[in-house]
Every structure is written in C-alpha cells, then in structure tokens.
Design a protein around this ligand. Structure first.
Ligand SMILES: [Fe+2]
Ligand SMILES: [Fe+2]
Length: 329
C-alpha cells in the first residue's frame, strides 16, 4: 500500500480518515506541521501529503511549501474550511498544490482525490526517470563517440568496418520489426563491437598475409577485452555481453567461449551476421575482398548452422534485394 500523510490539528478528522481509509492506503497522521515534517524525516517520501490550511504555529500553505522544497516528488493537497481566493492563490504559488478539498469533505471524495494524487505521483516519477535516462544515454552516446575516435586514430580500417556493420545491423533489426529502442542499442553495440582491438598490436591488425597461430590467439582476445572495457560502465542494456558474443556461433564453433544458440543474445546474432558479411565482402589486410556475392553465398551455407536462419534471411533479402548497400567510409 502506498503511503499517504494527513496533517490536521483536529484529532477527530484524523481519526475518521484513519478509520475509513486504512484498508486502502498506508495512512500516517500528524497533528501539526512540525509533527508532519518529523514523519517525513522518519518515513521518507510520501507520495501524497494532505494538510489542513488552518493549523496553529505553521499553517498548511507554509507547510506544503516546505514539503515542495524537501520532498518535491510528493503530490500536495490542501484541506480547508476557508477556501477563499487568497488562501488558494498563496497555496498554489508557494506549494504548487494539486487539489483543494473543502471541509467537510466526504471520505469517498478524499479517497478519489488520493487515487488521482497517486497517479500524478507515478506519472511525475516516470517522467523524471525518463529525463534522467535520456540525459544518461546522451552522455553514453558521447562516450561511444570517444571510443570510435580512439579506434579510428589507431586502426582506420576497423573504424570503417564498425560503421558499416552498425548500419547493416540496424537495417536487419528494423526489417525484423525490432522496436526503436532495441535498434538504437544494436546500433550502439555494433559501432564499438571491435573496441577490444585497441589492445591488439597494430602490426597484427595490418599484417599483409596470414597471422601465425599465436598472433591469431591475441587477435581473438578482442571480444573479451571489449567486454572488460565496457562492463564497469553502467549502460541501460548489456552492451558488454553483446560485444563479448559477437564471434560466437550457433553450433558452438565460435569464440571466446564456444557458446551455443540458446546462450546467445539476439543482438549478438545480428551483429555476427552483419560482421561476417562486411568482413567477407571487403578487403582485409591479409586477403583481397571476396565480394558481396560470395559473402552472401557463404552466409546461405552457414544459415541455421553457424548463423540464425531468420536473421541471415533478413540480411540476404536486404542485400540481394538492393534495399541496403554498404557505404564506403
Ligand atoms: Fe570482432
Ligand atoms: Fe568486427
């Protein structure tokens, strides 16, 4: 039950409220503004606070104004037998009052107003959380841009590869009707999926010809390194896990953990398909480009074995149907 605080110097009213509403809300009562403030200190935020206007020492308007300062999320209502214009204006200006209740107020009306107040409280809290999340996502977007610039300064090939992989990953997710937020997460993860390569010596990444097994083992560490770089950052989605799994394959033949289909995140499966198509169709330091047709043929062979069938089909349809083209960066 949600907490509601009633502040009134008339004990009979507080008793009536407690008796009639105690099964519907977690009712707390206080006989004065000072007592009301100590209830807030002891019990934390009250979603709804109702105060009588006429109280000795501190009146309801001043009390609710103080509540708006110390507990801005609480929805404030005023109970008054003196609903004159000046009282209302002062209360609204100082305490941003949600509703006025005129004494004597039937308890069913009070109950209805409390429900409205609780709805308002939840709405305001959701709005604030959404704003915070937006702000946070914006700063994480800046962090991702910093990673992209860092990679570009060391390894321009990987920077271009990541952009193309993110564009194809987003197109696949959209064609599979993923919601906008999920598309955004996949795009962000794909933009930095090879961030772990900043720890791989540049001569390995740019070596013309095949890598030795020991060099290859170092290159293959990049998903785990990317995971370790991103894990401590508090993203709203598991970007570190998506990146960890981008070289895993459905049949367990991938790396670093040899995970199988049921363990893999859908986001990782999408990036894996886009990554494979981009890498196969483009030039790599150790081999010339195989071209898009060969990349699509290889994916057809691997669909349902190494790569998710539905995701592979979506990618093939986008590329062979001319609905998506890799941009050269
Ligand atoms: Fe990779
Ligand atoms: Fe990659």
């Amino acid at each position: 039950m949600e907490k509601v605080l009633f502040v009134d110097d008339e004990t009979a009213i507080l008793n009536l409220i407690q008796r009639t509403l105690k099964d519907k809300f977690d009712i707390h009562v206080a006989g004065s503004a000072e007592e009301g403030l100590s209830q807030i200190r002891d019990n934390g935020v009250f979603p709804v606070v109702v105060a009588d206007y006429q109280m000795p020492s501190v009146d309801g308007a001043s009390f609710l104004a103080e509540i708006s300062r110390i507990s801005p999320d609480s929805v404030r209502m005023m109970l008054t037998g003196h609903a004159d214009f000046e009282t209302c204006v002062r209360a609204v200006n100082e305490g941003n009052i949600f509703r006025f209740l005129t004494k004597p107020c039937p308890t069913d009306v009070i109950e209805k107003f409390i429900h409205e107040g609780l709805r308002q409280y939840r709405l305001a809290r959701m709005e604030r959380e959404y704003r915070t999340l937006k702000q946070w996502t914006k700063s994480l977007g800046g962090l991702i841009e910093a990673f992209i610039r860092l990679i570009a300064s060391k390894d321009p090939y990987t920077a271009g590869h990541q952009i193309r992989v993110s564009q194809l990953s987003a197109a696949i997710a959209r064609s599979l009707d993923f919601p906008g937020e999920a598309v955004e997460h996949i795009t962000m993860a794909a933009m930095i999926h090879d961030v772990g390569k900043i720890y791989v010596p540049a001569e390995f990444l740019n070596k013309p010809g095949l890598l030795s097994p020991s060099e290859m083992n170092i290159v293959k560490m990049h998903p785990e390194i990317g995971h370790d770089i991103l894990q401590p950052i508090n993203f709203s989605f598991p970007i570190h896990k998506i990146i960890l799994q981008h070289h895993e394959r459905l049949d367990g033949s991938g790396y670093p953990l040899g995970l199988k289909e049921s363990d893999l995140l859908t986001e990782s499966k999408i990036i894996a398909v886009a990554d494979m198509l981009e890498a196969t169709s483009h030039h790599r330091p150790y081999r010339p480009a195989k071209g898009l047709d060969q990349a699509i043929d290889e994916l057809r062979d691997e669909r349902g074995v190494k790569h998710d069938r539905r995701i592979a089909d979506a990618a093939i349809s986008l590329l062979s149907g001319g609905k998506f083209q890799f941009e050269e960066t």
